[in-house]
Design a protein. Structure first.
Ligand SMILES: Nc1ncnc2c1ncn2[C@@H]1O[C@H](COP(=O)(O)OP(=O)(O)OP(=O)(O)O)[C@@H](O)[C@H]1O
Length: 605
């Protein structure tokens, strides 16, 4: 039966079956031969369905989408679906915060229209009639009422807790490249005994699908049930599968409590997944070395974070130890090695032969480091794990000081001399040393030294303004922070060869040093390179060739420095052949001035 003409059209069934909604406006309607309603509204002829879409489009679309998601939710329990449903229920409940003043705006508009439609002599009325007849305006009113009544169809009941397996299963198809890992680790759930996804690795095939979550129970792979299989067998099955891999999973309801904060860090220790007995899946581990730049992409797991190496274009993450886990392991390791040493001594005291100290070689440098409370070493209890970094873009005429660190006698000053000679006419410059010694007649203040009185220098030492200082023949010598800053602000490159203890004062935002470790080559190479070249040790004022024992000391000290400070070196040069070491040093020195470098976060500005 044709609906009665009231000036309002029933919205077609397509949008909402009940109750009928009406369109305000000077409309006529008719039914065509195929039974579709037509309406003429605001001078615009539309097929019933189009009209309905126009009027109720927003709500209808929203309702359709939500109901679709809800159907999916019931069928495929996934985190996203669950979030959508939560949103839907929130919208329904509105938490009582937004209460509409009316939920029958369409009817009110219809009333208004009816009561003024014959008073067309007034311009304001004509304008109102025109507005009320606009489909867009009607659509707004209609949408308003829908939301005000919270009348979203169909009504969604809360998700039942108990569901039969069929309704809770999701079938996921993943396209996996040849030899590409699935990008997820599996484990047996201790409570249910089911095989489940332990974690999804960032950037891997499983992650790219967006359909697999940690906690999903794995039931089938390519149609083959995996009940009763061992994790290794499942891993094997997964790794052999390529092309399209179909997984049958029961979705997890778990929401992650962990952090997903992403950050770029420098690794301060070496990690080899195959050497860690606790890693859930060594193949999923990311091996790295001290100094590697890592993008940490997931910290949800307290023990195993996910990261990829900066240079890895695929950005596929692997497992790395969390900071906390690494620290705990290191504490255990240190305790065990202390215990081991103690045991060796107590079990076999006779076999313990303390090292006979060799005659201390005097440094030919002019002063010794004073080891006192002020110049404490880097905190030896600290367990380096990761250092957050950022990119530093070199600024014109503002160069990072180059700091050559290494064992005494390894060749730092030789390399410094050569670097200075190779670039002296340009901009390399040494930092001035302060001294309390009297100025000699041919010396100029600020050229060879900055001359200070003993009181002045001691005062500055107390104020911690010296990165290192020492006493030689009754006079103090030292390098002050101010003199380093002066070199930096003069637009020159400051070259320093300090003792390792000075690093704590140098490695700051203000100085931003580029630290190069001059490493001793293996002992045999050290002997080969130093003996024929007649490398010189200095004993007081007498210069003589290195003894074998001294070369052994250099190699030993070098290894210790690397072990303790290796995590803060920006570059390592092995000083075997002087020519090769110089070539590397010149290359790095040029690079520092031009190329961006990773620096501790906060240094980049
Ligand atoms: N690669 C090398 N091959 C041969 N001889 C070298 C090499 N590097 C340095 N030497 C020589 O070794 C000696 C010690 O070097 P240098 O004085 O630079 O050591 P250093 O690290 O500055 O130690 P110190 O702080 O005790 O002065 C010098 O005679 C130097 O010429």
């Amino acid at each position: 039966m044709e609906p009665p003409f009231t000036g309002f059209l029933p919205v077609p069934h397509y949008i909402s079956p009940s109750p009928p909604y009406y369109l305000a406006g000077p409309a006529i309607n008719r039914k065509d031969d195929e039974g579709d309603y037509w309406c003429l509204s605001g001078g615009l002829a539309m097929e019933g369905e189009d009209c309905g879409m126009l009027v109720g489009g927003i709500v209808a679309a929203a309702t359709d989408v939500i109901s679709f998601f809800v159907r999916c939710q019931l069928r495929y329990r996934s985190l996203r679906m669950s979030v959508l449903t939560q949103m839907y229920h929130k919208l329904r409940g509105r938490d009582g915060r937004f209460e509409p003043v009316s939920d029958f705006a369409v009817a009110q508009a219809a009333d208004v229209y009816c009561s003024i439609r014959y008073k067309t002599e007034e311009a304001a009325v004509r304008e109102m009639l025109m507005l009320l007849s606009k489909p867009h305006f009607q659509a707004i009113l209609y949408t308003h009422d829908k939301i005000a009544c919270a009348d979203y169809e169909p009504h969604i009941d809360p998700i039942p807790v108990e569901e039969d397996e069929e309704s809770a299963v999701k079938i996921v198809s993943i396209i996996k490249k040849h030899n590409e890992p699935l990008g997820a680790t599996i484990q047996i759930n201790g409570e249910t005994g089911c095989m489940e996804i332990a974690r999804v690795l960032h950037g891997g095939a499983a992650d790219r699908s967006g359909l697999i979550s940690a906690g999903d129970e794995l039931h089938e792979i390519n149609g083959v049930g995996i009940f009763g299989m061992l994790p290794d067998e499942v891993v094997d099955m997964l790794s052999k599968a390529s092309g399209s891999v179909t997984l049958k999973l029961v979705p997890s309801h778990k929401t992650s409590a962990g952090r997903k904060v992403e950050m770029i860090v420098r690794a301060l220790f070496d990690f080899d997944p195959s050497a860690d007995d606790n890693i859930p899946c060594p193949e999923a581990g990311l091996s790295f070395q001290k100094g590697d730049i890592l993008h940490i992409v997931n910290q949800e797991d307290a023990i195993w974070w996910q990261a990829y190496k900066h240079e890895d274009g695929s950005k596929r993450a692997g497992l790395i130890p969390s900071r906390h886990y690494h620290e705990r392991q290191e504490v255990i390791h240190r305790a065990r090695s202390r215990e081991g040493k103690h045991m060796t001594r107590s079990i076999s005291p006779c076999r313990y032969s303390p090292k006979v100290p060799r005659k201390k070689r005097l440094k030919k440098t002019m002063y010794h480091i004073v080891q006192n409370g002020v110049f404490s070493d880097y905190d030896t209890d600290e367990i380096p794990a990761y250092e957050e970094v950022e990119l530093y873009i070199p600024k014109p005429r503002q160069f990072r000081p180059i700091v050559l660190i290494g064992a005494s006698g390894v060749g730092r000053n030789e390399l410094k001399r050569r670097l200075k000679a190779a670039t002296q006419d340009t901009f390399k410059r040494l930092c001035h040393v302060n001294t309390t010694r009297e100025k000699r007649p041919f010396e100029e203040e600020g050229k060879e030294y900055h001359f200070l009185t003993r009181d002045e220098m001691e005062e500055q030492i107390i104020q911690q303004r010296f990165v290192e200082y020492g006493e030689y023949r009754g006079h103090l010598y030292g390098t002050s922070l101010d003199s380093i800053k002066n070199v930096i602000s003069s637009g020159k490159v400051c070259l320093l060869t300090p003792h390792t203890q000075a690093l704590k004062f140098l490695r700051t935002y203000e100085i931003k040093p580029y630290i190069i470790f001059i490493k001793a080559p293996p002992l045999e190479n050290l002997k080969e390179s130093r003996m024929p070249a007649r490398a010189r040790a200095t004993e007081a004022d007498a210069i003589r060739p290195f003894s074998i024992g001294e070369l052994e000391e250099i190699a030993e000290a070098s290894a210790k420095i690397e072990e303790r400070y290796g995590h803060i070196f920006d570059h390592v040069i092995v000083n075997d052949s002087l020519t090769d070491a110089m070539t590397d040093l010149l290359r790095v020195a040029a690079k520092i001035e031009k190329e961006p470098q990773w620096v501790p976060v906060g240094w980049g500005q």
